[in-house]
Each structure stands twice: as structure tokens, then as C-alpha cells.
Write a protein that binds this ligand. Sequence first.
Ligand code: PAF
Length: 286
Amino acid sequence: MERIESVAQMQRHCLEARAGGRRIALVPTMGCLHEGHLSLLREGRRRGDLLVLSLFVNPTQFGAGEDLDRYPRDLAGDSEQARRVGVDVLFAPSVSQMYPSGYASYVNVEGLTEVLCGANRPGHFRGVTTVVCKLFTIVQPHVALFGLKDFQQLAVIQRMTADLNLPVEIVGLPIVREADGLAMSSRNSYLSPAERRQAVSLSDAIALARGAVAGGETRPDALLQMVRRRIETEPDAVIDYVRICDAGNLQDVPYVDRKAVLLLAVHMGKTRLIDNSYLFEEDCLS
Ligand code: PAF
């Protein structure tokens, strides 16, 4: 496995690979790899013959007072996992490589980014789309893989890719969960043992809602009340949002159908957790 830190070198490497007929698969991450990332890398390995993993804790997607400084970093551990899963190139640029002095260009997707996570994290998705667009122009991937845990992020990236005619296939893969149902996330490492126990309330609440839908309930209000009640039994849980939205436009739905996704964001102590699921059994993504 090769490790590249320079943007120019990475771009040269990928342009040569493309010219040589290789199919490039990119898995963009902020590192601290867990089984969710590894599932993306394994699928990337199948879909490309040059597998690139980017590790970059992107400052432009963190708001003031968010966890940029304490975001978990483990380059040595990540390199070892990447090597084992068959990554060809680990791209780990510095902040000054990605955003050199004088940097002034940003990509903004309208509409999809003002709701849900965007409502309480202004500028977050602008940072995500900017860095992902830059990674696409640097790495020139044929296919890029993202986790469905960040459902809104995936929708925004799909919109950007279509709107800007970027020649990249976007693949979303199912959420990978711990044995008790908690969606895997690098931020789970922030949870105290008590918060970790309470964090299972998100996936429990999703299971309750899915069970009710399987039993015939299609009224969003009734389902949302059930979800809120379950989460609010936990002393350290503060709900940011609980919504049932259309998977395409992320607007609230009047009744639950196959396109309806339940999306949650909950503060568990100081840690903000997100989770989601389609509500119909046959559309289960995880
Ligand atoms: O999902 C993430 O880890 C990040 O938002 C991404 C897509 C790597 C952009 O920094």
C-alpha cells in the first residue's frame, strides 16, 4: 500500500492510472476506521482495480464549538486496517494541502442542506460537498462509496454529483451496527459507559417504529411520538430531531410509504448521534 500526502502527487498518480485503463474506487473518510468503513472498502475493492482510501479530518465541515480538535485520529491503526483490507493508496493530505493559503472556493447544494442536520449545523454540508468535490477532482474516481448512516450526506452528495455532471458513480451501503443495534460511528468512542448503554435507544426506537409500520401504522405523528417516548426514557438523551421524510427530497411525509425514512439526531450527553432507517420491512437497509 502506498501512502500519499501531496495533492499534486495523488492527482498525477490517479490520472496515470486512468490513462492506463484502471478503474478507480474511492472511499472518502475522516479516519478512525470501524467496521462500517471496512464494509465500504471491501465493496470498493470489488468495484475498482485501484482502491483509494482518503483520510482527512475536514475542518470546513465542523462548526464553531464542534469537535474538530478532539475528533479521534489514529493514522497508524487506520494504515494497518487499510493495508489488511487491500487498499492500494492511502491519501492523507494535510489541511494546508487541501486548503492552501488564499483558498476561497466552496460548493453549496441548496434545499437538501437546510433541513435536518443542516438546520442546527449551518455550513456543515457546504464543507462536506466542498471537500468531496475536491477529492473527486484529485482522485478522479469512477466510483465513490459512502455509508447510509449519513443518509442526508449521501443525498446531498448524489445531488451535487448529478447537478455538476461529475462522472462518478455514487454508491451507498447499509449501516453497520454493533451487536446491540447501535450504528457504528467514530464518535461512539466519546460515549461514557452509561451513555453507551443509553445510546441503544436510537436503534430500539427505530425497531419500534418499524414494528408499528409492519402492524399497519402509517401515520407519521403516531410513529414519531412512539420514537420520542422511547428515546426520552434515557436521562442523558436530548432529541435534536426525529422526522419521517421522503428519501428523495427530505421533506416530511403526510403518511408512511416505501420512500419514507425515519431520521434521528440525538445528543447523548455531549455526543451527537444520528441514525435512520426506511420504515417498510422489505426496504430494510441494515
Ligand atoms: O462521512 C464522512 O466521514 C465525511 O463527511 C466525508 C464524506 C469523508 C467528508 O469529509
